[in-house]
Design a binder for this molecule. Structure first.
Ligand SMILES: C[C@@](CO)(OP(=O)(O)O)[C@H](O)COP(=O)(O)OP(=O)(O)OC[C@H]1O[C@@H](n2ccc(N)nc2=O)[C@H](O)[C@@H]1O
Ligand SMILES: Nc1ncnc2c1ncn2[C@@H]1O[C@H](COP(=O)(O)OP(=O)(O)O)[C@@H](O)[C@H]1O
Length: 327
């Protein structure tokens, strides 16, 4: 889609500059959920891994003021209903640009074009990756010169997962998932992902978990960090050790809302995945493989069986600038 561009009437078209940035989707290889807090969030302990599925955002300076956004047709045919992404002020990339403009007191006049590769509402933080890439792109475009730390503060205002999309690699997230400590994970770890043809809303999945716990008379404890065995498995890049300790407290709630995901998890076991896990609030299912060849083989078999699947690796870098062009 071509960005609509307002030019000053009668005058020559202004030169425009485009900064392109990319940021990765994520998996939570461990996700412990504590009690519901007064602000509507849950305290969590998350072990994040950035995966090789990247969102890209092109930020172009345009005449006039206002922020517009469009979806770029992607070369990855696998993103289900990418067009369901909101193309207005609700878009996380637009919210990120608006926040940058407010904080740095820059005039807006901006068009954002998003290349979507991470499934929408898939539990892989695609919108968060768009927000992180936008923060970086706008910082460069407007010459704001914010530090990584200042950008991380802005990221946390946009959503629990946004700081990790900025950081990338592997990290432990406490608080609501936004208080990050990088983790050692030389990797590589290889996965087959199964993308669903529907989305799950993050708040709905958290609420479903609260209801499941209430029905069982369970009061959740404050999470006291990530299981050291997870961090050890990440440090050693040992896929089999990691497979034995993967954890996602949201999984039972996602399965309650979308029972068909249990079949996908069973399929992973049948096809020889080391372990299968719902990613974040779902519905994407991540299957851990022994190595790259195994991940590709798994993804191929799943595709033959009619699933929308692809192989990815982790960890990968966080948000970064890809190009900076003036035309
Ligand atoms: C579950 C996780 C796991 O990484 O990812 P996704 O499955 O969404 O990708 C995250 O916690 C999601 O992070 P993110 O998607 O950025 O959440 P936000 O926009 O900040 O919050 C959306 C809503 O989710 C719920 N929420 C989110 C984070 C958290 N620690 N507790 C919550 O209860 C709240 O209802 C909140 O209003
Ligand atoms: N840039 C964006 N990309 C995707 N979804 C977005 C974006 N901005 C806002 N949204 C809204 O946020 C919801 C969840 O976004 P997403 O990050 O894709 O999933 P998840 O939170 O499951 O990782 C979507 O259903 C969509 O309505």
């Amino acid at each position: 889609m071509t960005p609509s561009r307002a030019t000053s009437e009668g005058g020559p078209p202004s030169r425009s500059r485009t900064v392109r940035a990319k940021a990765p989707g994520k998996l939570n290889v461990s996700f412990s959920v504590g009690p519901l807090r007064e602000d509507g969030y849950h305290s969590v302990a998350s072990a994040y891994l950035a995966v090789s599925l990247y969102e890209e955002v092109s930020a172009t300076s345009v005449d006039g003021d206002g922020i517009t956004v469009s979806l770029r047709a992607t070369d990855a045919p696998s993103v289900p209903f990418a067009e369901s992404m909101p193309l207005d002020e609700r878009n996380l990339a637009v919210r990120a640009a608006r926040l940058m403009a407010d904080v740095t007191e820059k005039p807006t006049g901006l068009h954002l074009e998003i290349t979507k590769r991470v499934p929408v509402a898939g539990g892989m933080g695609g919108g968060s990756a768009d927000a992180a890439a936008t923060l970086l792109a706008c910082d460069a475009l407007w010459g704001s010169g914010l530090s990584r730390e200042e950008l991380a503060h802005l990221a946390a205002e946009l959503g629990a997962d946004v700081p990790f999309a900025l950081l990338g690699g592997a990290a432990v997230g406490l608080g609501i998932g936004d208080e990050l400590t990088p983790a050692l994970a030389p990797g590589p770890l290889h996965w087959a992902l199964v993308l669903a043809d529907f989305g799950l809303s993050t708040p709905t999945v958290f609420s479903a978990l609260d209801r499941l716990r209430a029905a069982r008379g369970k009061t959740p404890e404050e999470p006291d960090g990530v299981d050291p065995r997870i961090l050890q498995a990440l440090r050693s890049g040992d896929a089999e050790a990691l497979a034995a300790v993967l954890r996602n407290d949201l999984q039972p709630a996602a399965l309650k809302l979308a029972p068909q995901l249990a079949d996908v998890i069973d399929q992973g076991a049948e096809y020889g995945a080391l372990a299968s896990l719902v990613s974040g609030s779902g519905p994407t299912v991540a299957m851990l493989a022994r190595d790259e060849e195994h991940a590709i083989e798994l993804a191929d078999r799943l595709a033959e069986a009619g699933q929308n699947s692809l192989a990815v690796h982790s960890p990968v870098h966080g948000a970064k600038i890809v190009s900076d062009l003036t035309r």
